[in-house]
Design a protein around this ligand. Structure first.
Ligand SMILES: [Zn+2]
Ligand SMILES: [Zn+2]
Length: 154
């Protein structure tokens, strides 16, 4: 087992996995097995890891077993579940329609560009893409027509 000594190393390790987790949620959807168990497919779909959450999170991937466990760190699969649940809970609380025109795909709340596609939402006017901000957890739906293409000024 690798032991990480400095806080800087620990922080970097954790940040890397958070970023990978956010990228993963663009292409995969974790599967909830029961209230404490999730299945997280690998990005290419070739493997499935089991993340369980009883008192703390654990995962059966080699990264968690060899590097995270014992260092108080989480692998990208666990980070993905944490982020997934954070976004999921937010949806029910404050799903928000962005009616104003957005120039770019930035979070309307914190202006972060860490926007994830988070499923579709159907309502009377059609189906809209739902987005979640992985920086602040804010959720919104956006009609693709509302994304303005700015013509180049000359
Ligand atoms: Zn894992
Ligand atoms: Zn945000």
């Amino acid at each position: 087992m690798v032991i990480y000594k400095t806080n800087a190393e620990l922080k970097e390790f954790s940040e890397q996995r958070k970023e990978r987790a956010a990228a993963m949620l663009d292409s995969i959807v974790p599967e909830k097995v029961d209230s404490t168990t999730y299945i997280v497919p690998s990005s290419d779909g070739s493997k499935r890891y089991t993340v369980s959450h009883i008192d703390t999170y654990s995962c059966d991937c080699p990264d968690f077993v060899q590097r995270c466990k014992g260092n108080g760190l989480y692998c990208k699969h666990i980070q993905a579940i944490i982020l997934f649940n954070k976004l999921k809970n937010k949806v029910e609380m404050d799903d928000f329609d962005v009616d104003s025109v957005m120039d770019e795909k930035l979070c309307p709340k914190c202006k972060s560009d860490k926007i994830l596609k988070f499923g579709m939402r159907a309502n009377k006017s059609g189906t809209k893409q739902r987005y979640g901000c992985s920086a602040c957890g804010f959720h919104f739906v956006l009609d693709p027509l509302n994304i303005r293409n700015i013509p180049p000024t000359s």
